[in-house]
Design a protein around this ligand. Structure first.
Ligand code: SF4
Ligand code: MG
Length: 335
């Protein structure tokens, strides 16, 4: 399948008073045309920073220190800011967790979406307004005409997130990056937003990177999953590979902390004891070593190699590397 985005050996750091925080440390993955890729991990795993690196929105102190982000024929890392502006928001767009802080409270929601079109398209005022109403209908905002003139505070959290999605879709992006877009919403609203995203992806055929800490959401939406920990990718696979052929202790831990869909009462929710590594001084071996119940001496000494279990499934763990090919996944029975 054709790839729209190819990220290769990305390194991103934040230079702080305390030193260099190595937030992303050698991340490589690709996004195929028309797929929904889930990126999961705890906060601080580097998933948002990876997304911000793609968009070159790292803010002060943030810097890509290595690697490339290929989008078509261009490497976004070396693209001048002026040309980046044509990509950002138009060809690659983003939806964030908190729609209130991304919307201007003083401007009506209709105008805010329209501004996006004014910046990136040649549409006339009337055409742009018509397009906004069309977008509002697309994200199922009721009574688009009337709602066009509403201010953000007149909308519920779920409705504001629909406005943000409408804005993100305004210029028909090839890639939509959604960073925890439903985390701040209650479960029913979360469900509605996920349904909208799934339908829009199918109708518009764009590619989606969906960032979340919630494997339950990934199961509902994504076809492929990347699991991040300590600024690195620890496992990558199809939904089935990640959920039923789990091949990394950290992924196993995440799965044990997801409520079962079948509501099995006997299933106890466990969270992974310990906390993520300090990326001011990243561990030299496996980033998960301090919390891993399977850790051996080698784990804290040497970074685990990438082990390929299938054409689509990879994991970074010393136990896998050491297992005989016949028993290539020692974690298979542990879920
Ligand atoms: Fe655990 Fe070692 Fe595998 Fe890391 S490499 S996940 S510490 S067993
Ligand atoms: Mg985040």
């Amino acid at each position: 399948m054709e790839n729209v985005l190819e990220i290769d050996d990305l390194h991103t750091s934040f230079f702080t008073r305390h030193g260099e925080v190595q937030a992303v440390r050698g991340v490589s993955f690709s996004l195929a045309k028309g797929e929904i890729l889930g990126v999961v991990g705890e906060s601080g795993s580097g998933k948002s920073v990876t997304a911000m690196s793609v968009m070159q929105l790292l803010g002060r102190g943030g810097k890509i220190t290595g690697g490339s982000v290929r989008f078509g024929d261009t490497d976004l890392v070396t693209l001048p800011e002026e040309q980046l502006r044509d990509v950002r928001g138009a060809r690659i767009s983003m939806v964030f967790q908190d729609p209130m802080s991304s919307l201007n409270p003083l401007i009506t929601v209709g105008k805010q979406v329209q501004e996006m079109l004014d910046t990136h398209t040649q549409l006339s005022k009337a055409e742009a307004k018509a397009r906004v109403l069309e977008l509002f209908a697309l994200v199922r905002i009721p009574e688009p005409e009337r709602r066009y003139d509403s201010y953000p505070h007149e909308f519920s959290g779920g409705m504001r997130q629909r406005v943000m999605i409408a804005m993100a879709l305004a210029c028909d992006p090839e890639v939509l990056i959604a960073d925890e877009p439903t985390t701040a919403l209650d479960v029913t609203i979360q469900d509605q937003i996920l349904r909208i995203l799934r339908r829009l992806q199918a109708e518009l055929g764009m590619s989606v990177v969906f960032i979340t800490h919630d494997l339950g959401v990934v199961a509902e939406l994504c076809s492929r999953v990347i699991v991040m920990y300590g600024g690195t990718i620890v496992e990558e696979g199809t939904l089935d590979e990640i959920f039923t052929h789990t091949a990394h202790p950290y992924t196993l831990g995440l799965l044990k902390s997801v409520p079962r869909i079948d509501g099995d009462r006997g299933h106890r929710l466990e969270s992974i004891p310990g906390s993520p590594p300090d990326l001011l001084d990243p561990p030299k071996g496996c980033p998960f070593a301090a919390r891993c119940e399977f850790a051996r001496n080698i784990c804290s000494e040497t970074p685990p190699p990438e082990v390929r279990l299938s054409e689509t499934h990879t994991s970074r763990c010393h136990l896998l590397a050491q297992a005989a090919p016949s028993e290539n996944n020692p974690f298979a029975e542990m879920r």
